[in-house]
Write a protein of this length. Sequence first.
Length: 77
Amino acid sequence: MNPIDPYWRAQVDSTRTGVMKVLQGIKEEKGVDEKDLERLHNFCLFALALMQAEGSKKWALAKMNAELMSLMKGGEK
């Protein structure tokens, strides 16, 4: 098993936090600015491109991993 790159881990955590913040802001109808929406838009396009490139098996594993992380972290509230 490959060791986890701490820089990559920090980047993933930062992206996750940012996405959750924007989604929570939208949900609570708080002022989400255009810059945040653009970042979320770009992230979604990237995720869809990665989904297509990696195929259904890797996507299913990633989905399961995301669901487990959500349960362990309490949905990033």
